[in-house]
Design a protein around this ligand. Structure first.
Ligand SMILES: Cc1ncc(C[n+]2csc(CCOP(=O)(O)OP(=O)(O)O)c2C)c(N)n1
Length: 600
């Protein structure tokens, strides 16, 4: 049946039994495909029934589906003409792992970062109303994404409008790890029905006041009648709450969506799903199966940078009860699983709330505790004002462990960490370190932890040899390290670009420097090298604009030094998806690229 579906129109003729067969086929297809390509397996297995029902009832691209994060939109891709490209998912030049406007007219809004769907769908709904075009706008948001501040901001706005907005809350009780927070507990209470009796009596009075809803309830099937419940939180915000219903019960989903389609106001349907549904291993360990690597990936025996960070946390906390480790919902990815178990009182998963994570850490720091915020480079973008206004301006003692810096690979532009050096470098009081290997990461974390002021240590996705797990070793702030002495050319390598710089350095007989610090720069060394060499080359896995090489250029300019300077880094365009190796080659950050740049 799957092969006959070229567009959502093709499923409109199916009856419910055929629709269920389609769901079953998609599940088999996804399990097979994602294990080959890699990708978000468990989130997609949990949303097949929902997506099929949505496409059965609504009409994209006329109606807009806004998927939050966009990582659960594979069924949507399949039903909107992209089945034959699914094998290219997350590969270079292939389908994106998220929704992407440029990929299909059915992708109403691009995503990758969390908690944007209600805002975007509300914008679309308000535009629809303005244009009086009768189109529908639907946000599909997970209970994890609902923990993000933007979701609350958007609900606050939506509830104060009469926009034709349907929010579908896909509640599987999981973020990547188990979902956290008071909101999550509140949803559990809603599901368990504890609130039913108190709300039931309220609902009668409520229905009296809402003729449309009364009408809707009257016309609906018997099973829907009890669903129109004022739930204290959403109702108080002005968003009408429906549910909870079983998100794997296709006939109920279809019927409910058909009824909700008739309404024209901010409304929320709460559906309950199981992450990984239909694949027992994924159902039993949804965190592990949130995202899976392609079957062909050989796992490295070396520790990842995240694991080294996790080990450093464990070692440091063992001797220091002041250490407070904070993650905005990225426990496993940031290497903190062991820490969570061993130091639960010093561990805070604050939900998908990067802004809060940073200012919360600031509050801890004012009380003499020692916060370490573990955050992916791309998600730090969310907390930028907090970093400037709440942390740097007050010069608080805080360590930012910035993971996934540089090119991250298959997740593509939404997740690339290629702006941090540019947006961090201009902030006063910040120290920015970029280790070239895992031993340096460990030492730099020691250094950052025992130095006053806000300090960033940024490191990439990947693995590295580590020789030094000593909590006593530190590095000298602002001191670079000459690792190869050559003539004519000096390559200033920032972070893990050092490896390729050394290969190129051997071929070019160049001096190669492990710069270690983006701020403060080792100015004395750069000036000395500019006196003893004919050409300087800087290399970084960050945008050239405003990045580490720009800092070198500013230094030379300020000192009236005239020397050939080549900046290697990422161009002024959003980066592609692909394997990390493919991308480093594409952007000329490999040894060959360095040699080409040196000779051009
Ligand atoms: C701003 C931001 N922070 C962190 C992430 C990483 N992330 C991707 S999916 C996810 C969990 C989302 O949970 P939920 O919305 O419940 O969807 P589910 O995967 O459970 O279906 C997280 C934390 C992100 N995409 N964006």
């Amino acid at each position: 049946m799957l092969d006959s579906i070229q567009s959502p129109k093709d499923i409109k003729q199916l009856d419910l039994d055929q629709l269920q067969s389609l769901v079953d086929e998609i599940r088999v297809f996804l399990i097979d495909t994602i294990q080959k390509t890699g990708g978000h397996l468990a989130p997609n297995l949990g949303t097949i029934e929902l997506t099929v029902a949505m496409h059965y009832v609504f009409n994209t691209p006329k109606d807009s589906f806004v998927f939050d994060v966009g990582h659960q939109a594979y069924t949507h891709k399949i039903l909107t003409g992209r089945l034959d490209k699914m094998h290219t998912l997350r590969k270079k030049s292939g389908l994106s792992g998220f929704t992407k406007q440029s990929e299909s007219e059915h992708d109403a809004f691009g995503a990758g970062h969390s908690s944007t769907s209600i805002s975007a769908a509300l914008g679309i709904a308000i535009a629809n109303k303005f244009k009086q075009n009768q189109k529908k706008s639907i946000a599909i948001i997970g209970d994890g994404a609902l923990t993000g501040g933007m979701s609350f901001e958007a609900l606050n706005h939506a509830g104060d409008t009469d926009a034709d907005l349907l929010i579908i809350l896909n509640d599987n009780d999981m973020s990547i790890s188990k979902n956290v927070g008071a909101m999550s507990k509140y949803l559990t209470k809603l599901i368990s029905g504890k609130m039913y009796s108190t709300m039931k009596s309220k609902s009668l009075g409520f229905l009296e006041k809402m003729p449309m809803i009364r009408e809707f309830a009257k016309r609906s099937e018997e099973h829907l009648k009890g669903m129109v419940l004022p739930s204290t939180l959403f109702e108080e915000l002005g968003v009408i709450y429906f549910g909870p219903i079983d998100g794997h019960d296709l006939p109920t989903l279809v019927k409910t969506l058909q009824n909700l389609k008739k309404l024209k106001m901010p409304r929320l349907l709460h559906i309950i799903t199981k992450k990984g549904y239909g694949l027992k291993t994924a159902e039993n360990d949804p965190c592990k199966f949130h995202g899976v690597a392609p079957a062909s990936t050989s796992s490295s025996t070396l520790p990842s940078y995240s694991e080294v960070f996790g080990q450093w946390l464990l070692d440091t906390a063992a001797n220091d009860q002041q250490l407070m480790a904070i993650t905005p919902a990225m426990c496993t990815g940031s290497g903190m699983s062991e820490f969570e178990k061993k130091f639960p009182d010093q561990y805070f998963d604050v939900g998908i709330a990067e802004q809060h994570a940073i200012t919360f850490a600031g509050g801890l720091a004012t009380q003499g505790l020692k916060p370490v915020v573990a955050i992916y480079s791309t998600f730090l973008q969310r907390g930028y004002d907090q970093l400037i206004h709440d942390i740097a301006l007050q010069n608080l003692n805080l360590v930012f462990a910035i993971d996934r810096a540089g090119l991250v690979g298959a997740d593509g532009a939404t997740h690339a960490g290629c702006f941090d050096l540019s947006f961090l470098r201009c902030i006063p009081n910040l120290v920015i370190m970029a280790p070239s290997n895992a031993s340096d990461l460990y030492q730099m974390l020691n250094t950052a932890y025992h130095t006053d002021g806000p300090i960033c240590v940024r490191y990439p996705r990947g693995a590295s040899v580590i020789e030094d797990y000593s909590s006593h070793n530190t590095v000298e702030i602002g001191q670079a390290n000459v690792v190869r002495t050559g003539s004519n050319i000096a390559i200033l390598a920032f972070g893990t670009t050092l490896d390729q710089a050394l290969i190129a350095g051997d071929i070019l007989d160049a001096t190669v420097v492990d710069m270690r610090f983006v701020k403060p720069l080792d100015e004395a060394l750069i000036i000395e090298l500019s006196n003893t060499h004919q050409q300087l080359i800087s290399i970084e896995d960050n945008a050239i604009t405003g990045g580490a090489g720009s800092a070198v250029s500013e230094l030379l300019h300020a000192n009236h030094i005239s020397i050939s300077l080549t900046l290697i880094g990422l161009p002024d365009s959003f980066t592609e998806q692909g394997s990390q190796e493919e991308l480093y080659e594409l952007y000329g950050l490999d040894a060959q690229g360095i040699i080409r740049s040196a000779q051009s």
